[in-house]
Design a protein around this ligand. Structure first.
Ligand code: ACO
Length: 350
């Protein structure tokens, strides 16, 4: 019998633009206040790109960071999976630009969306491709630029204060050792709620897809039914974690570390309380970066791993909820550092 083949996390990386935008910076522009934002969301500041920084450029930097940790070269990569709701141009997707910037022409790429759940969906693809033997090394990247798409005026303040720019990446490869494997991914969607958190335009279902008054009428800016999103996020994040542990036949208490999508500190607090997870078992950075949608989990995972917050061999659960609605979870064993893969106590490199 052939040995079982699993996907393993071999490296992580991140890229955050240097430009810091605090709540106070937004107070006048958005008719908001530092106190309102902190109390409702836990966000203190976020990063915005500067001229010359693009989604593909940030994704490439995060990918290089992950490749270095895995001691692999760009030409080892068999597939790039890029999750974003904010591609640099309408088409083609950012995946082709990342391949070009990494210098690996001919390497296939997939651009996926799935918003805040994009990274978990990306992991599910990497898992399937690697387990099936189709590919060995798969880059999964989340990269977002929100700052150029949010409405920087009081009308858009409920959404605009939430989001920030950044990229996170993971490099996955094959293993026969279940004790260092990605154990499973569980993903869901429910499009009945698509318009509770969405950006309508440019819309190909309208002709013309961009009209002269789209900026004035606001259809090109994200809209959100905040309270409904909040309620569904709390419910589905809890269910996503339960689904993962149930599928693996373990208890919540057996999980050593959790990385949640960073949408709102109150959502994370709800999940921690509902599942009786101690705060020490998670890492949050929403105060510093806001919501970076598809990038949020790989950024937090990379920070926690490089800061040695996750012990080698730890059972790690990831969970996300986002626009669509989409939600999902993943369970993995944190790499032990053997065999040329990442050492969990690697010092901060960024
Ligand atoms: N600054 C100041 N006041 C504001 C702001 C702001 N930025 N935004 C809204 N307000 C006002 C409202 O106008 C309202 O005023 P009123 O009472 O005079 O009418 C008041 O604050 C309360 O508004 P609510 O919407 O009831 O505020 P709530 O407590 O629900 O908090 C929030 C809003 C933070 C957006 C919350 O609903 C939330 O976090 N929702 C989920 C957000 C989320 O996770 N989104 C991303 C999902 S991930 C993805 O896939 C993209």
């Amino acid at each position: 019998m052939p040995e079982p083949r699993y996907a393993a996390l071999l490296g992580t990386g991140r890229y955050l633009p240097e430009r810091v935008v605090t709540n106070v910076d937004l107070e006048e522009i958005l008719d908001t206040s530092d106190q309102w934002i902190q109390e409702r969301t836990g966000i203190r500041e976020r990063r915005y790109v500067a001229d010359g920084e693009s989604g593909a450029m940030m994704a490439t930097a995060a990918a290089r960071h992950a490749l270095e940790m895995a001691h692999l070269r760009p030409d080892d990569v068999d597939l790039i999976v890029l999750a974003t709701l904010s591609p640099d141009v309408c088409f083609p997707g950012n995946g082709v630009y990342i391949g070009a910037e990494l210098g690996i022409p001919g390497t296939p790429c997939l651009d996926i969306r799935q918003q805040c759940t994009g990274f978990i969906y990306g992991l599910s693809l990497a898992e399937a491709y690697i387990r099936s033997g189709r590919y060995d090394y798969v880059l999964v990247i989340g990269s977002e630029i929100h700052s150029s798409g949010i409405e920087m005026a009081p009308r858009g303040r409920d959404v605009s204060v939430l989001f920030g720019d950044g990229a996170g990446a993971a490099l996955l490869g094959p293993t026969t050792d279940v004790n260092r494997a990605l154990l499973g991914t569980w993903v869901h969607s429910d499009g009945r709620h698509a318009e509770e958190l969405w950006t309508e335009g440019p819309a190909s279902r309208k002709n013309p897809r961009v009209a002269a008054d789209d900026v004035a009428n606001g259809s090109v800016f994200p809209k959100m039914n905040g309270q409904k999103v909040f309620k569904f996020a709390c419910r589905h994040m809890v269910e996503a974690v339960k689904e993962a542990v149930d599928a693996q036949g373990v208890q919540i208490a057996d999980v050593d570390f959790f990385v949640f999508h960073q949408a709102n500190m109150r959502i994370i607090d709800f999940v921690l309380k509902a599942l009786r997870i101690p705060e020490s078992k998670t890492h949050c950075n929403i105060d510093r970066y806001g919501n970076t949608t598809a990038a949020s989990i790989p950024i937090a995972l990379d920070e926690a791993g490089r800061a040695a917050m996750i012990p080698p061999g730890a059972l790690v659960c990831l969970a996300a909820f986002g626009s669509g609605f989409t939600w999902g979870s993943a369970l993995l064993r944190w790499p032990t550092g053997e065999g040329g893969t990442q050492t969990a106590n690697e010092q901060e490199g960024v």
